[in-house]
Write a protein of this length. Structure first.
Length: 91
């Protein structure tokens, strides 16, 4: 890992595992409605101290919202969608 605590400029592109193409850090930093992508720590740790940078830039609440929120499993969302579709058919 580089010792740098500053994010790379837009001369560095890395492959995004979620999108499947190359992106800049600046996109990852604001991708989640102005907050960082939840995978930003995994993707950028080898290039600079991304955790240290984000700890300085984000409030405690923002950090928790992005990185400590377990999220909902996809199967739960799928089941809810199926139930909602079933209710619409019976209405």
């Amino acid at each position: 890992m580089k010792d740098s605590t500053s994010p790379p400029d837009n001369s560095l592109l890395i492959r995004c595992p979620r999108l499947g193409h190359e992106i800049y850090f600046s996109y990852c930093r604001q991708e989640n409605m102005g907050l960082p992508c939840f995978k930003i720590l995994d993707c950028w740790f080898a290039y600079f101290d991304v955790a240290g940078y984000l700890r300085r830039e984000l409030s405690e609440e923002e950090w928790k919202e992005v990185f400590e929120n377990p999220g909902r499993p996809k199967i739960i969302s799928l089941l809810e969608s199926i139930r909602a579709a079933g209710k619409q058919q019976t209405s």
